[in-house]
Design a protein around this ligand. Sequence first.
Ligand code: SAH
Length: 226
Amino acid sequence: MAWRCTGNTNVELVTNLMHHGLITSETVAAAMKSVDRANYVLDKEHPYEDSPQSIGHNATISAPHMHAHAAELLLPYLRPGARVLDVGTGSGYLTSVLHRLVGPHGGTVVGIEHLPALTALAESNIRADGLGAALDQQAIVLVTGDGRLGYPENGPYEAIHVGAAARTIPPALVEQLASPGRMVIPVGTYSQRLMQVDKSARGEITQKDLFGVVYVPLTDRPKSSV
Ligand code: SAH
C-alpha cells in the first residue's frame, strides 16, 4: 500500500495519497503540499517515498500516510488560535504541517524533542523549508526536554501529537490537554496501538483504540546523547 503512493515531487506524493484514500481532507492535503518533505529527510535521493526513513540517532521520520492520519485525527481541534504540542519532533516535518494548519489563524505549535542534536536538525529543516519567520515570531517553538512531561508553559493544548510510543499514557500530557482537546499517541512496547484521548468541554476523558502501529519508543534520554 505504502509504496504505491510514492511520487516524483512533493505535490505528486500528496496527490497519490489522496487518490488512494490515505488523505481525505483537502485542508490536510494543502498543508502537506506546502511542507516539502525533501527538507526533512536525510536521503535526498528518495524524499517522496511513502515510507519511514532514518534521520539518525535511532529516530525516523514517519511515513507520510501516518503524518496525514495524525493531522486528520487532530483537525477538528485545530481551530483558529489553537495551541498544539508535537512530542518527539524529530525531523520537524509534522511540526511544520501542524503550523501550516493553525499558524495562519494565530495558533502556535510547540515541538518538544529530547535529543539536542535532533532539536537542532528540526530547526535547520524548518528554516530550510521557509518557516524561519514562524520560528522567529514564536508561532513555532522548539524545546529540548522530556516530552512525557509536556510543556506546561505554553499549554493547555487543544491538540497533542506524540510521535514515539509511550509505555503508558503520560498523565502530564492528559493534564495539559485543553477542554475540549484531543491527543493522538502510540501506546505499547512490543505491540503498539494508536490511541486517541479526548478531553470534553466538561473535562471528561475518553480513550479510543484506533489501530496497531510501529513507532520508535518514547524513552529516557541516553546518558551519552548529544
Ligand atoms: N514526528 C517525528 C518522529 C521522530 S521519531 C518525525 O516524523 O520526524 C520519534 C522522536 O521522538 C525521536 O526524534 C526521538 O528522539 C523522540 N523522543 C523519544 N523519546 C522522547 C522523549 N521522552 N521526549 C521527547 N522526545 C522523545
